[in-house]
Ligand binder design. Structure first.
Ligand code: GLU
Length: 524
């Protein structure tokens, strides 16, 4: 075997891409990049009953979104293709026959009724489940007679009846299994001529010259069997490295009960791919002491098998949130606009499905929350016609808001509610909500009277100047700055949580800000 590192991500398109799969893909990718090797994407679509085209689409789409590119496979092809197992069925048949000819595998003619019967006896007698190896002992004449009679058959591997199988795992060291604990003569080729996962996986890893198999630890029980299959073929097996588990905070395997797991859902919840890549790369691997943030390239430069952890990784949603907020802050104004627009208008990623049982609340996105919808011309427009805004105004306003909301966003989805005050005349807040705890109605009215001058100052002075003015005003009124700002914020934006106030007033414009203050004063 050459020294070139060749690794693969080999998902079965029987479900949506989730965190565990992405972690496997990412580690294989990073390892290939760190070694100047090749990263292969192979579709293990042998299970035709659970197969769905939409999962294939989701796979390619997710990889593209994350920016994980492969060198061979998928739609890209390559020297050892095709990389889609359903296009290679003839090949697996040939290799299964080869094992039969070598005496390493055998035809089994047991029908499903017989297999059911064995299963029943085994359960009733509390025996270990599995095939009773009945056909392993058929004579060549019996086999021929069955084949001539056109009896359906499967091909089973002859697993050694005694002894042990040992393999070395990069992370976990030597692992030894008694051969009697390997599944008794598993099926390699099914009666319809389709291969099982085991056969296709081993044949492909061999033919595609895969040097390292990096996959989740749940595949460890299959590995002794795979090692036996390599031995039967007379092939050298790749190196194995089973990746640490990814658990939820309760120490149980990460699942839907903990929150989002599917990548589509993370997208629908306003995560950036940079944050997912960075955080997922830390699940079970370390890079540099005391450093949190890495780009994909920086991770690839630093990835080492020696830095993998044996202990399970814990998926911490709060930590991912922190990464997301960080990467949101790093976007340019144009980029932030591009990323938040789907959530503001309820299009694109905002339309991806969210599991209704997810314990985390659904985000408030779309025109209903933002006041902005997407036109058929692909330009955003203001839903409230009385605002008299053109699409160009909407875009300009949104771009103006981006730097203001950027610091406050943990998720892209939150942009929708934060921009709303610009695209509708907010209802005048109820009096009780307007009055800060420490003030009374009269004092609040006084604040708003003074706020008119403050609004003017926003357009005369720079940010610091306007802020200093507000501070001085608060002092003059004998109140805290927060108690000065709160009623103004409520009046201008209709909400206690809004982007920074001075910036918001600047984007809204003097006239409209003053109008909103006047309206509010009138209710007090
Ligand atoms: N098709 C298997 C999966 O769905 C591949 C396991 C392996 O990497 O060998 O994960």
């Amino acid at each position: 075997m050459s020294n070139e590192v060749r690794v693969r991500y080999a998902p079965s398109p029987t479900g949506m891409q989730h965190i565990g799969g992405v972690r496997t893909a990412l580690f294989n990718y990073l390892y290939a990049r760190s070694q100047g090797g090749k990263f292969i994407l192979r579709l293990e679509d042998t299970d035709r009953t659970r197969y769905d085209e939409k999962y294939v689409k989701n796979l390619y789409d997710t990889m593209a979104w994350l920016g994980i590119e492969w060198d061979e496979g998928g739609e890209k092809g390559g020297e050892y293709g095709p990389y889609v197992q359903s296009e290679r069925f003839e090949l697996y048949k040939k290799y299964a026959q080869e094992l039969v000819e070598k005496g390493e595998a055998y035809y089994c003619f047991c029908d499903s009724e017989r297999l059911e019967r064995i299963k029943k006896i085994q359960t009733e007698n509390k025996m270990a489940p599995g095939y009773d190896r009945n056909c392993r002992h058929l004579t060549p004449e019996e086999v021929k007679a069955n084949l001539d009679a056109g009896k359906p058959y499967v091909i089973r591997l002859k697993v050694p009846l005694e002894g042990e199988t040992t393999f070395h795992d990069h992370l976990l060291g030597d692992i030894t299994w008694k051969n009697e604990d390997i599944s008794p003569d598993p099926v390699l080729l099914k009666s319809d001529g389709f291969p099982t996962y085991h056969l296709a996986n081993i044949v492909d890893d061999h033919l595609m010259k895969v040097s390292h198999v990096m996959r989740a630890q749940e595949w460890i029980p299959s590995t002794p069997l795979h090692v036996q299959m390599y031995r039967s073929f007379g092939w050298e097996h790749p190196e194995f490295c089973h990746l640490p588990m990814v658990n939820g905070a309760d120490g149980k395997k990460l699942s839907k009960r903990h929150g989002s797991t599917s990548l589509n859902e993370f997208r629908a919840r306003g995560y950036l791919p940079q944050a997912i890549v960075n955080y997922v790369a830390l699940l079970g691997c370390s890079y540099e002491e005391g450093r949190d943030f890495y780009t994909l390239d920086e991770l690839a430069e630093r990835f080492k098998l020696e830095h993998l952890n044996k202990a399970p990784a814990v998926f911490d949603y709060k930590k991912l949130e922190f990464y997301n907020a960080n990467y949101i802050r790093q976007l340019s104004t144009e980029e932030l606009y591009k990323w938040t627009l789907p959530f503001i208008t309820g299009t694109g990623d905002a339309t991806l499905e969210i599991n209704p049982e997810n314990p985390q609340p659904k985000p408030n996105v779309g025109p209903e929350f933002s006041g902005v919808a997407m036109g058929e011309d692909g330009e955003p427009y203001c839903v409230d016609k009385s605002m008299n805004m053109t699409s160009a105004d909407v875009k300009k306003t949104l771009l103006g808001l981006m730097p203001l909301i950027q610091e406050r966003l943990k998720f892209l989805t939150e942009a929708a509610e934060m921009v709303h005050f610009m695209f509708t005349e907010p209802a005048v807040p109820p009096v009780e909500q307007l009055i800060p705890k420490k003030l009374d109605q009269a004092k609040t009215k006084e604040v708003l009277e003074n706020a008119k001058e403050f609004v003017s100052k926003v357009f005369e002075l720079d940010h610091e100047g306007a802020e200093a003015f507000a501070k001085a005003k608060a002092e003059e009124l004998g109140i805290k700055l927060g108690d000065f700002m709160m009623p103004v914020r409520m009046a201008v934006t209709g909400s206690r949580v809004s982007p920074p106030l001075i910036g918001s007033i600047a984007v809204l414009g003097k006239e409209r800000a003053l109008e909103r203050i006047e309206r509010t004063i009138a209710t007090l």
